[in-house]
Design a protein around this ligand. Structure first.
Ligand code: ADP
Ligand code: MG
Length: 359
């Protein structure tokens, strides 16, 4: 196993950067999820790591050894990596056991060893009793498990997964998330796992990389990404959040429509434009500003729409500046007839955002 380092890695297609100066360091034995919207460069990043394509700039090192750089590239079959795609790509004319053992056959291992290792790996993914079936005789989830067994049986140094669960139905997908995590805990391969599904990333990852337009927006533990999004993109993409813009009055406070809103950390530059995020469920809505609560920070807003969702009510709000806002509240909240409410913004839930550096 080894650390995988992507250093200022770029890939251009037709002069356009699809992967743009990406710096990611995957620790030895870590499961790192790369998440981002369709077209943001996730698969290209993974193909660069696998060695299917050559970088335009930057390099990839595994265990300190350079495997990819613009003028050279160690071929995929010499990287000691396994990659699993969205389509499982099992050979239809081979049984499950033959599929799983294929990589070992290529390596010309003794027949008995191939059989033993295949059997062990099939048991690990709970397909032991289906070894002699053909892929078409298996469900989607079972096929995906077979693909996983085939990738793991060669004992790769690095495991690369490109949206491995997106062809499964919702309940299987959820089950397989835990399964992938369990297998990782057992084998500890250094793993890069690409997905566009945030709950998949939350369940599986040690750390998450959020990508947007070929760049890394933020890297952190799942809870950190959720609780402390650093950019507007991460706040909106990961979990959904309200964004408030204004002018910084000091490193941790923003003036929004003449009201000072304190944030949880110091990240602003006084006098400069700034923005903060707050999750829909961290917003507290009051029918009127509570009396004797002069220390309570917030803004008056108008309820534009109320949607009953069972355990909660989703409120679409507008504040004087025209900003659209959302709040998740209790169904018990009585909204005044004129729709005017006071929206409390607890300072510890207001996360200052970085303005993304251009260039
Ligand atoms: P993701 O996996 O995040 O959805 P991709 O890495 O597949 O995104 O693609 C990122 C961008 O690069 C897309 O705009 C895609 O059209 C473009 N792209 C990917 N591969 C090629 C290629 N071989 N030639 C030209 N453009 C490509
Ligand atoms: Mg992709």
């Amino acid at each position: 196993m080894a650390e995988v380092a992507l250093v200022r890695l770029s890939k251009l297609y037709a002069g356009r950067p699809v992967v743009d100066a990406v710096d990611i360091s995957v620790r030895d034995g870590e499961l790192l999820c790369v998440i981002g919207p369709s077209g943001c460069g996730k698969s290209t990043t993974l193909r660069l790591v696998a060695g299917f394509i050559t970088p335009s700039a930057g390099e990839i090192l595994v265990g300190g050894r350079k495997l990819s750089w613009p003028d050279g590239c160690l071929p995929p079959e010499r990287r000691n990596m396994s990659m699993i795609f969205q389509s499982y790509a099992l050979w239809p004319h081979m049984t499950i056991a033959e599929n799983v053992g294929y990589g070992l056959t290529l390596r010309r291992l003794p027949r008995a060893e191939i059989a033993a290792r295949t059997r062990t790996m099939l048991d690990v993914v709970k397909l032991g009793s289906l070894a002699d079936r053909y892929p078409s005789e298996l469900s989607g989830g079972q096929q995906q498990r077979a693909a996983l067994a085939r990738a793991l049986v060669i004992e790769p140094e690095t495991l690369l997964l490109d949206e491995p669960l997106s062809n499964l139905d919702a309940s299987l997908r959820e089950e397989m998330r835990f399964e992938l995590r369990r297998l990782h805990d057992e084998y500890r391969y250094t793993t890069i796992y690409v997905t566009h599904d945030q709950s998949e990333a939350m369940t599986a990852a040690d750390r998450i990389v959020v990508m947007n337009e070929g760049r890394v927006e933020q890297i952190g533990r799942p809870q950190e990404i959720y609780e402390k999004p650093r950019t507007e993109f991460v706040a909106r993409f990961f979990g959904g959040a309200n964004i408030l813009s204004g002018t910084a009055v000091d490193p941790s406070a923003l003036s929004v429509d003449g009201v000072t809103i304190n944030a949880a950390e110091k990240l602003f530059e006084a006098g400069r434009p700034g923005a903060l995020s707050i999750r829909f469920h961290d917003v507290r809505v009051h029918a009127a500003r509570p009396s004797g609560a002069s220390g309570m920070q917030g803004l008056p807003m108008r309820v534009a729409r109320r949607t009953f969702l069972g355990p909660t009510v989703d409120l679409a709000l507008e504040h004087a500046g025209g900003t659209a806002f959302r709040a998740s509240t209790s169904p018990d909240l009585a909204i005044p007839a004129d729709g005017e409410v006071f929206v409390e913004l607890p300072a510890e839930k207001c996360r200052p955002l970085q303005v993304r550096a251009e260039g």
